[in-house]
Design a protein around this ligand. Structure first.
Ligand code: DGL
Length: 278
């Protein structure tokens, strides 16, 4: 059972390695906190899975974080944020033994700030099939920037390329080019492109090659980190429940050795993970 009275780490979740691109920025901006990272590598990718499956997997992982005494969990995964966050926040959490805990995602903080990046009023979203189909970005962005035109393109091959460490090989180029071109074909005025999948920052250089030179290419890491910092200032009661021992622990649902080998590419430094069974 969770040790409710002791300060606990912030939980950072992704289907696999992608959340580490967000985690890296969070740690850079908020180094004093302790963190637990979980990648559900054994069941990644989440992108092509049904709404219900992503929700079941995500809720199972969130409960694991709660049992590790994490009062706050960040879904550093757009697909999980799109398909599971609302149900967890509105139904599961209030009915659980952890009703005072909080779960936050990456879509709303991004939607809140994206408007001023575009001069033309037309932006492009690159994401997994699940994120795009959920319509979460057009819906959330319309709340903050109702006149912004939002175009979306699903890139179902990109996460498998990254998860399988094939993203720098020549074959990856074809899939990057076709995804970017399909997005740009929707509106020639798109001047801002959001990498709405936490795996995609690794492809940023390849993606930029197919964008018009003045296009702004946005990754979410620093946006989410800034939003978390502001959240902790606004919620001192939550902040008081968080450990400031600057510890970092990594967990994966698949082989730890594989995780360690790949994770350093995303995180920028060596990682030693522990395998868990959910
Ligand atoms: N990093 C996840 C996201 O942001 C990848 C999803 C997947 O596993 O397909 O959407």
């Amino acid at each position: 059972m969770a040790l409710h009275n002791l300060p606990g780490p912030i939980g950072i979740f992704d289907s696999g390695y992608g959340g580490l691109t967000v985690f890296k920025e969070i740690v850079a901006q908020l180094p004093q906190y302790s963190y637990v990272y979980l990648g559900d590598n054994a069941r990644a990718p989440y992108g092509p899975r049904s709404f219900d499956t992503v929700y079941q997997y995500t809720w199972q992982c969130v409960q694991w974080f709660f049992k590790q005494n994490c009062p706050l969990v960040i879904l550093a995964c757009n697909t999980a944020s799109a398909k599971a966050l609302r149900t967890i926040q509105q139904s599961n959490l209030p009915a659980s033994a952890f009703a005072a805990n909080r779960v936050l995602g990456v879509i709303r903080p991004t939607a809140e700030v994206i408007g001023p990046y575009s001069q033309s009023g037309s932006i492009g979203i690159l994401g997994t099939a699940g994120t795009v189909k959920s319509q979460s970005y057009p819906i959330e962005i319309a709340k903050f920037w109702p006149t912004l035109r939002v175009h979306q393109q699903a890139c179902p091959m990109w996460v498998p390329l990254v998860e399988n460490n094939e993203w720098q090989n020549p074959g990856a180029e074809y899939f990057v080019q076709s995804g970017v071109e399909a997005l740009l074909a929707q509106d020639k005025h798109i001047d801002t492109v959001l990498l709405a999948c936490t795996h995609y920052p690794l492809l940023a250089e390849a993606i930029a090659k197919y964008l018009p030179p003045k296009t702004t290419l946005l990754s979410q890491g620093s946006i989410v980190a800034q939003s978390l910092a502001a959240y902790l200032v606004r919620h001192p009661q939550m902040d008081a429940r968080l450990s400031k021992a600057a510890e970092r622990h990594f967990f994966t649902t698949d082989a730890a050795a594989d995780f360690d080998q790949h994770a350093s590419i995303f995180y920028g430094r060596a990682v030693a993970a522990t395998q868990i069974v959910l």
